[in-house]
Write a protein that binds this ligand. Structure first.
Ligand code: HEC
Length: 302
């Protein structure tokens, strides 16, 4: 989002096309200073600044501001079984990631004798709380305090692609390739892969096992059909596509009914590109799908 435009707030346009990525708020109490250039030390000051500057609103009173900050402080990093409490890799991480840990901690002339870990310090949530000129930002504007970019945490990156303050890289592998080339690290292709595996392991997020009963799982997916009567044609189409994705792989005995349902959904998809369907029709379709979900789960029961 480019927050320095008149669209965002009248009078704040700087005439530059300089959008910044929206950072994750997970673990935000550990990732100060704030702002992509790390200009503001406190979460309260930053939040107040967003309300008054970006939104051009009245300042929050002390009670509201402390409630908002308290809420932000509750947002935590997601668990990752590949890291122990000292942010070292555990046995759950792959062999390649363990080799990559050494490459991450090795010193390089390109980093002035430092390592990846100098900036992304594992004992400090893989960050150093400092801003660095990485040559990735816009040339400093005469009106701004432009000290480069703040080192981002490497935790939970599985959920935060694309990467860098301007979202320039789609994958962590692309980031590693950039560091290798820009800082002349002279990594072999195996080392790049291992380092990528390490950074992926650090950024991984444990997925809770989905042990909902099959019928409930299907039904909760099929519930999206209600959005076929939404006002926005893109929402209507996306909803039907979501249902079609879940409606696959039914047991052999139910193939014919599955095919029928898929055919009606495909016809519906064409229809909703033009017009929203009646909520009543969406409910009827939902009932058909629910019966199908129940039979599907029943057919698999021994
Ligand atoms: C001099 C400090 C410094 C060093 C050394 C460093 N980084 Fe970074 N790293 C940064 C900064 C600053 C950014 C943000 C750049 C931007 O947004 O333009 C960053 C971004 C990243 C990102 C993207 C994270 C995200 O969420 O966008 C990854 C991944 C990463 N670095 C991994 C590494 C690896 C691996 C190494 C070693 C090869 C390394 N870094 C060395 C400071 C450093």
């Amino acid at each position: 989002v480019d927050v320095s435009t008149d669209v965002f707030r009248a009078g704040s346009g700087d005439g530059l096309d300089n959008p910044v990525a929206i950072p994750s708020l997970r673990g935000v109490r550990f990732t100060g200073p704030y702002g992509h250039d790390g200009r503001i030390a406190s979460l309260a000051e930053f939040s107040q600044g967003v309300v008054t500057t970006e939104f051009g609103g009245e300042p929050l009173d002390t009670r509201e501001l402390s409630a908002l900050v308290r809420y932000l402080q509750d947002l935590d990093f997601l668990p990752n079984e590949k890291l122990d409490e000292h942010n070292r890799l555990t046995g759950a991480a792959a062999e390649a990631a363990h080799r990559g840990e050494g490459i991450f901690n090795r010193s390089y002339p390109g980093f002035g004798g430092g390592s990846c870990a100098t900036c992304h310090d594992p004992s400090s949530f893989f960050r150093d709380g400092k801003a660095h000129r990485m040559g990735t930002g816009d040339p400093p504007s005469p009106h701004a305090i432009e000290d480069g970019e703040e080192t981002p945490t490497l935790l939970n990156t599985a959920e935060t692609a694309p990467y860098f303050h301007d979202n320039r890289f789609a994958t962590l592998g692309d980031v590693i390739t950039w560091f290798d080339a820009t800082y002349a690290l002279h990594l072999s292709s195996t080392e790049r892969d291992d380092l990528t595996a390490y950074v992926q392991a650090v950024g991984a997020v444990d997925r809770p096992k989905d042990d909902r009963p099959l019928a409930r799982k299907l039904n909760q997916q099929f519930a999206y059909i209600a959005l076929a009567s939404d006002q926005d044609p893109r929402v209507r189409r996306a909803a039907i596509e979501e249902v079609l994705v879940s409606l696959a792989g039914e047991p052999a005995a139910l193939h014919d009914r599955g095919d029928e349902l898929r055919a009606s959904l495909q016809a519906l998809r064409v229809e909703v590109s033009k017009t929203a369907i009646e909520p009543r029709a969406a409910r009827a379709m939902r009932d058909d799908l629910s019966r199908f979900a129940a039979d599907w789960a029943g057919a698999l029961r021994p």
